[in-house]
Write a protein that binds this ligand. Sequence first.
Ligand code: AMP
Ligand code: MG
Length: 426
Amino acid sequence: MPELSRSVDTDLGVLPFIEARRQVEQHAALLGRPAAQESVPLLEARGRILAEEICADRDQPPFPRATRDGYAVRSSDLLRVPVQLRIVAEIRAGASPESTALTLRAGEAAEIMTGAPAPAGADAVVMVEYTRRNGASVEIERSIAPGENIVPAGAEARRGDLLLSPGARMTPAAIALAASVGKSQILVFPRPRVAILATGDEVVDLALTPNANQIRNSNSYSLAAQVAGAGGIAVVLPIAPDEHASLRRLIAQGLEADLLLLTGGVSMGKYDLVEQVMRELGAEFIFTGALIQPGRPVVFGAVRTRARPAATYFFGLPGNPVSTMVTFELFARPMLDALAGARPGQIRFLKARLKSEVKVRTGLTRFLPALLTGEFSAAEVELLRWQGSGDIVTTARANCYLVVPPDRESISAGELVSVLAVASDD
Ligand code: AMP
Ligand code: MG
């Protein structure tokens, strides 16, 4: 775990969205790589963060690879077409190296299949569609540029080249790359453990039947799902009441994880005790709010305990269920990525056309549940009518958040707007 850097400001108060996000990114960037590593079978590596270098064990492709079915030729034979070439070989993908050890001479062609090695002397492959077979020779009706339909040996990577470095996320393409160099087992960083602590006297566990004034704990579940989707291990703690001693005990427990996510108790209410308890535990606050909606009261800080002199970062996420989910996406995710050993990612918004006018008050960057529709190049987005940041019924029907910049009080239908896609795990 990292030292909380003194070079980064603390207690910045309430920040505009972009500045708050930058703060998280700066802290995330200061985290060192995790010390531990573990070896996992390649098939289990999906989404994990690579801890080793993966290099090419041979040239890629290892031979000049035909990318079409047709005839390997010397392009200089095709300067004047049509032309008849003598077929001297048939080369299939996977043919033995002995059987392909030939050199194509002037006037000769080799029948060749996609994925097969082009023979020495050949510098292009004519697609079968442009040829006519006449027994032992082939008539070719088009000329061809040198290099066409052949990927030279080593064009993608040379033997020994670095293909993936530590910190890379094992996407399906990265997994394909590891497989292509024969890595059936790879070293990854351990998944970070993320403690989740829901607070609130009204919040009850799913095992209980809530009374008329209680609500079920949904935040621990949405967060656990988000944490798992982001590659962490969720450690869900019991619900903390709005009572000092129990809250403090559970927070102390949560600080033993790599990251602590609290929900609730960060607003201005009389029983919103999270900040107070955190201060008593020696927390340094980096920001205590962001000019966003939902999620304005979000808190970001770090605590060093005697048992753990390295800083443990925490987020106090507002308790309203949509605020909790949005602030996780906006702020907790980059921290989790960094704790997992990944290079901290940028936040990227998609662009879509607004379907109908949006009016809001200025001052806050808004992330409003919305529906993105339209295929191919016709992405359109529409706000869903919702009951505010407690409305998970509407949010569960949404597939994105429409981003409204803080200086816009109305956006007209047809304008291009930013959209934050809801991360899906698969
Ligand atoms: P708070 O941030 O504690 O002021 O809570 C804001 C709103 O979110 C209140 O209506 C709470 O009842 C609700 N809330 C807080 N925690 C949870 C939770 N774990 N699950 C569902 N709703 C919650
Ligand atoms: Mg509360």
